[in-house]
Design a protein around this ligand. Structure first.
Ligand code: MSP
Length: 501
């Protein structure tokens, strides 16, 4: 089956921060997992370059919007290998090919009768590039996200008949209870719809940094419609000389943050219906990473620099921490202190030590040869059903719960080392059989953990597999006792102890 997964495309009016890395790593974990299951995967990320926020930022810096976009898109592009994201393409909405598809699809929606010219007046946030309803506005006419004062704006422009999709959207949410995940976000989207839909502005005439409206070139498309269509346009030119739409449309998962729920869970399906295109299978809405109780964002100045974290601790540590400390789907606080604690106690002590102890003991007591003996029944039982459970959780993008299930087995293996005390067994030749069984059972546990942990900590898993003398990553081989390791080598510490300077 095909598995097409996307991230939001990021605004180029600011530099990448941990929030952007978070969504991207989340999508990457799903992409890697599905590849392990033998699925045909396409993973798209990129940058959202048009619209007023970018035009305003460029003006402030005294450069053209394209120059600003080129400079900042490069930072986002560079973020991808730094966080080990395996995206198949990096889309930029200033790409000419993207613009052409936006025009083609929106022209179709116009031809289908879902667009009209109208007048709009409301409270507008230039940072969100969005009008706010009276219910959303904070005291003092402020944006609930950016806390800046909203401006009263009037517009004569083109409108998309969102209201015409009221019933079809309601029906969608009845028919497909897993369209939006997790459930509390489904409920949020669904009650937004049942609250009654108003038509939305489709174009702006105030500025020119955008995709021109083909039937009225004095207007450019409202940035959100331009941006949403990246998910579709990306398949038309994301791989040289190929049109991937037949193979990958519709998307399996859009991964997004809760700030853009309305656009993805309400506008986007309506837009696709208006264009006669199939809807995505799932939209997973994650929460905010918070520092000091506020959403991390460049404009609030409270960012944790992912590159600085990676420079000191490596990309695996960041990938692990993001999904371990904060449950994917919920909001949660992050901090450097918690990060360092998790690194030491879980990555270095629990996983790192387990790998070192197991391989070292095999080298010391058995010259690295993994004994070919029956595995310990208690561990067989502890791992029973694990890979199915992980696959099931990841098919709903439950990244934290899946990692939790895996980590319980990391702890179980450490507990097993403590219980069996292989170093005591090694002192008594009469207990050689018990030692064989303990060592082989631990090695097999590590082999399975390597496969399951690959999407989360791919660099560490590559090192671990190297020491285990096995490079099988296929999910089908993740059953405990499915394969047999032959010879292992001692391993360098997977997560070196860290002294902060
Ligand atoms: N350009 C739009 C998205 C268009 S998608 C068709 C946009 N860009 S953004 O640069 O503001 O990125 C927003 C996304 O970044 C959020 O939806 C979320 O996925 C991620 N995050 C940004 N800050 C975040 C946190 N503090 N915490 C978690 N994720 C955050 O909106």
């Amino acid at each position: 089956m095909s598995f097409y997964v996307t991230t939001p495309i990021y605004y180029v009016n600011a530099a990448p921060h941990l929030g952007h890395a978070y969504s991207t790593i989340g999508a990457d974990i799903l992409a890697r997992h599905q590849r392990q299951r033998g699925e045909d995967v396409f993973f798209l990320t990129g940058t959202d370059e048009h619209g007023e926020p970018v035009a305003l930022a460029a003006e402030r810096e005294g450069v053209s919007p394209q120059e600003l976009a080129d400079r900042n898109a490069a930072h986002f592009r560079d973020l991808m290998p730094a966080i080990d994201a395996t995206n198949d393409f990096f889309i930029r909405t200033s790409d000419a090919q993207h613009g052409a598809v936006v025009q083609e699809v929106l022209q179709r929606i116009y031809d289908n009768g879902y667009v009209y010219k109208g007048h709009y007046e409301g409270w507008y946030c230039p940072r969100c590039a969005d009008f706010k309803s009276e219910a959303e506005i904070e005291d003092g006419n402020r944006c609930p996200i950016h806390h800046i004062e909203l401006t009263r704006e009037q517009e004569e422009n083109w409108f998309f008949k969102l209201s015409a999709f009221q019933e079809r959207l309601e029906q969608l949410y009845v028919d497909r209870p897993d369209f939006v995940l997790p459930a509390h976000r489904f409920n949020e989207a669904s009650s937004f719809i049942s609250g009654g839909l108003q038509d939305v502005s489709l174009s702006r005439a105030k500025f020119t940094w955008g995709v021109p409206v083909p039937w009225d070139p004095d207007h450019v498309f409202y940035v959100w419609f331009d941006a949403l269509l990246n998910y579709y346009s990306g398949l038309t030119y994301g791989r040289d000389g190929e049109d991937l739409r037949d193979r990958f449309w519709p998307p399996a998962f859009h991964i997004i943050g809760k700030d853009i729920l309305k656009f993805h869970c309400v506008f986007w399906p309506a837009l696709l219906m208006a264009a006669g295109l199939e809807l995505p299978r799932h939209i997973f809405v994650h929460g905010y990473l918070l520092m000091d109780g506020e959403k991390m964002s460049k404009s609030l100045g409270n960012v944790l620099d992912p590159i600085a974290v990676i420079d000191s601790f490596g990309s695996d540590a960041l990938r692990f921490y993001c999904f371990r400390d904060v449950s994917f789907g919920q909001d949660g606080s992050v901090s450097t202190t918690q990060f360092e604690q998790r690194y030491e106690s879980e990555l270095a002590n629990e996983l790192g030590n387990l790998a070192s102890r197991t391989t070292n003991m095999l080298v010391r007591y058995r010259d690295g040869a993994v004994p070919d003996v029956t595995l310990d029944a208690t561990l067989v039982e502890a791992f029973d059903g694990l890979s199915d459970e992980v696959a099931e959780l990841l098919s709903r993008a439950e990244l934290t719960r899946a990692l939790d299930a895996i980590w319980q087995r990391v702890r179980r293996l450490n507990g097993y080392v403590t219980e069996t005390e292989p170093w005591q067994l090694a002192k008594d030749p009469a207990r050689a059989g018990e030692l064989d069984r303990a060592l082989a059972s631990l090695a097999e546990g590590l082999r399975v953990l390597a496969i399951l942990l690959h999407p989360y900590v791919p660099k560490a898993v590559a090192k671990l597999q190297d020491a285990l003398g096995d490079d099988e990553l296929s999910f089908a081989a993740a059953g405990y006792g499915d394969r047999r390791l032959r010879a292992v080598n001692a391993i360098e510490p997977l997560f070196p102890r860290h002294t902060t300077t």
